[in-house]
Design a binder for this molecule. Structure first.
Ligand code: SF4
Ligand code: SF4
Length: 435
């Protein structure tokens, strides 16, 4: 018997040892005697360790791994596909960290021919798959009759095709769009609020420098009052993380956090395609989660607003079991695709509109770069050499292909996630030490 290749061990931020094995599905916080015995290799409790898959016959583990991989691929084939559609890249905001601000896509209006071609493409190429459409930008909910007519047209086509939609918006015009969106098969509206008024406005001003905070807050209020699911996103870096407790309290005082149809996400501000902002402001994944773990005990209101995942720690806490092994964390060209008003097909939101990342067209003709698509589709921890011997692989999933490509030039390279450290932070946050 050997130690499993998939044991993730570490120390929680409050000093307890732990072991997690995503392949066998077991996890334990270890007492010191257990830890000493386990690491000694002399194994007084060998049967216990074997029963949990922490020590294994390597040949048996290899078979278990292959089986789990086949199950992952088969299950993903039934997962819902998220199809992003960009009706334009124009935007009424000038966010300090926008990754699209250097894109030079032609500003042409969305034609009904493109919308028709998009829905035909979806019908033909995703027949039999569960799917929904996310309207993305730029800013999709621009003011003015032309933009409203275009968004209304997409909503109508989606209804005819019996497809749900979601909308990603900066929220500035959301109130005025509520009547139009109320007629949609709307799954959710994602809105970004980066802090209280001064902070939010400094990061997410209007193009002319004007304030956006009050309009975004009113949009969230109105959308929630109309029964829409609002997914509030906070893009976090060192500049605004200190405001998270105040924002959480604000959301609580406004009654948002008590609503079942109010959701939140924290987005890490990071460098994607070019230097978006001062590097010193950006958090690594680990420094962001470390800071959150530090802040939560003194500011428990943060957890009313958002419960950070800390890799698989929150899932374990909420479900009492580990998630299925994660052979791939990048949905590009598998359960995510992106399309824009020029008729071009891309792998995902990180690449939509980016020169050199085109994978084909759906208008005026349907074309595919089959080799490039296949390259995205084969990316997972079994195809990235560096992941093969990594104990973290089934909790990490190889990270983001676009980030990997930006740092190494190849999508088939790792975007490492410090999941052992994240789990340590999460176990301390959610599984409190016995007093
Ligand atoms: S490349 Fe990155 S952003 Fe795009 S789908 Fe994969 S993980 Fe998501
Ligand atoms: S991306 Fe890095 S951390 Fe993740 S599985 Fe691959 S080698 Fe391990």
């Amino acid at each position: 018997m050997n130690y499993s290749k998939h044991n993730i061990t570490g120390v929680t931020s409050d000093g307890r040892h732990f072991i997690v094995n995503p392949l066998s599905g077991n996890a334990d916080i270890l007492d010191p005697a257990w830890m000493d015995d386990f690491t000694s290799g002399r194994w007084k409790h060998k049967d216990d360790y074997a029963a949990k898959g922490y020590i294994v016959d390597p040949a048996v583990e290899a078979v278990r791994y292959e089986k789990a991989y086949r199950e992952f691929i088969a299950s993903r084939a039934n997962d819902e596909v998220q199809l992003f559609f960009v009706p334009w890249y124009a935007c009424n905001f000038a966010c300090t960290y926008c990754y699209q601000d250097q894109y030079t896509n032609p500003s042409q209006t969305l034609s009904t021919g493109v919308v028709d071609a998009f829905f035909n493409y979806v019908e033909n190429n995703f027949a039999g798959r569960k799917k929904y459409i996310t309207i993305f930008g730029g800013e999709p909910l621009l003011d003015g009759p032309a933009a409203r007519a275009s968004i209304g047209g997409i909503i109508d086509r989606a209804k005819t095709a019996e497809l749900d939609i979601a909308v990603v918006t900066n929220g500035y015009t959301l109130s005025s769009y509520v009547p139009l969106l109320s007629g949609a098969r709307l799954r959710e509206v994602q809105v970004t609020l980066d802090g209280m008024r001064e902070t939010h406005d400094a990061r997410r001003p209007l193009k002319n420098g004007g304030s956006s905070f009050d309009r975004v807050v009113a949009g969230i209020d109105d959308a929630l009052a109309a029964g829409m699911t609002v997914n509030l996103r906070v893009v976090v870096d060192a500049e605004n993380i200190g405001e998270l407790p105040a924002l959480a309290q604000f959301a609580k005082d406004r009654g948002w956090t008590a609503l079942k149809h109010f959701k939140t996400q924290l987005g890490r501000n990071y460098e994607l395609h070019h230097c978006q902002s001062e590097r010193s402001k950006l958090f690594s994944r680990l420094s962001l989660y470390s800071r959150l773990a530090e802040m939560i005990p003194d500011n428990p209101v943060i957890l009313d607003f958002h419960k950070p995942a800390f890799s698989i720690a929150k899932f374990l806490f909420e479900n009492g079991e580990l998630p299925q092994p994660l052979f791939d964390s990048c949905p590009a060209c598998k359960t995510e695709w992106a399309f824009d008003y020029t008729g071009t097909i891309y792998s995902c939101t990180a690449n939509v509109g980016k020169k050199g990342e085109e994978l084909g067209t759906f208008f005026p003709d349907v074309t595919h770069d089959a080799a490039a698509i296949a390259h995205w589709q084969q990316r997972d921890v079994t195809s990235i050499d560096a992941c093969g011997n990594c104990a973290l692989q089934l909790a990490c999933g190889g990270g983001c292909g676009a980030v990997a490509e930006n740092s190494s030039g190849s999508i088939n390279s790792p975007d490492c996630r410090p999941v052992d450290k994240l789990i340590g932070l999460g176990l301390a946050t959610y599984f409190h030490k016995a007093e």
